[in-house]
Design a protein around this ligand. Sequence first.
Ligand SMILES: C[S@@+](CC[C@H](N)C(=O)[O-])C[C@H]1O[C@@H](n2cnc3c(N)ncnc32)[C@H](O)[C@@H]1O
Length: 272
Amino acid sequence: MKLANAFGLWTELNFALQAALIPTLKDVWRKPTIISHLSRTFMAHVWIAFASQVDANARTVKRELFLPNATGVVLDIGAGLGHGIQYLDGSKVTKYVAVEPNVRMHPELRRAAAAAGYLESDGTLIILSCGAEEVATILESLDSTIPAVDTITSVMSMCSIPSAEEALRGLVSRILKPGGQLLFYEHVLSPRKDVAWWQRLWAPLWQIFYDGCRLDCPTDVWIDEITDVDEHGEKLSVWSERKLWGVPGETEETVFHHVLGKFVKRGGKMLD
Ligand SMILES: C[S@@+](CC[C@H](N)C(=O)[O-])C[C@H]1O[C@@H](n2cnc3c(N)ncnc32)[C@H](O)[C@@H]1O
């Protein structure tokens, strides 16, 4: 991997510091107790500054993935400022459930949802301040004991879930309905060994600034490998359909190796 590509991330970190350091310090000055979740405050300022540009960079692939596929009750992992809402077809998506632990993003998220017609007052919008790993809390807030979500979406958020492999298994088995879809656009561990080496090197530093975001998660592999147990006790894939593809034109030499995924859960009852 060329050093210029390996260190491109350093430039990004510099931009982030320029945009978010002073506002974060001002927040700490106003409310010193937030020092205990400094990274989350910093991330909120970074995202307020850069989310629109980051979103615009991948608009075409996200539109192609989410618009025709997301239906029914949609649960958006790490909804951020609500940029994902523009990729939902209002005539097919009946309820938008946003899982967003960074409450600083909630006002803008709520505004974006309202502009698209999703409101807490009529039950078409639920904003949860828990993490996606808190599967029981999510299920409770859906007023359900059985899988109640038709589509789970995620855009660059699975990388921030603690113990993401286990959390994703929980979300798929307990929250996603049989026949439901998991749609995602994520940066993941590169299949190239040299790139993966740099991702692992940068990951601990990146995580400090970006609220736990790991550059070295093989999220696509974890999802692909989720299993179920059939009526004979045999393990088998939980998916009836699985499709993974890359972003056209993206260089292989990037620590932000993106993948898109469309996975459909098998029908019937899950035993595992
Ligand atoms: C890179 S941003 C992406 C936001 C949004 N999906 C978008 O495309 O604009 C990652 C988001 O994941 C959220 N996040 C962090 N930890 C999380 C967790 N444990 N569960 C769910 N979301 C989390 C962050 O607060 C942040 O909003």
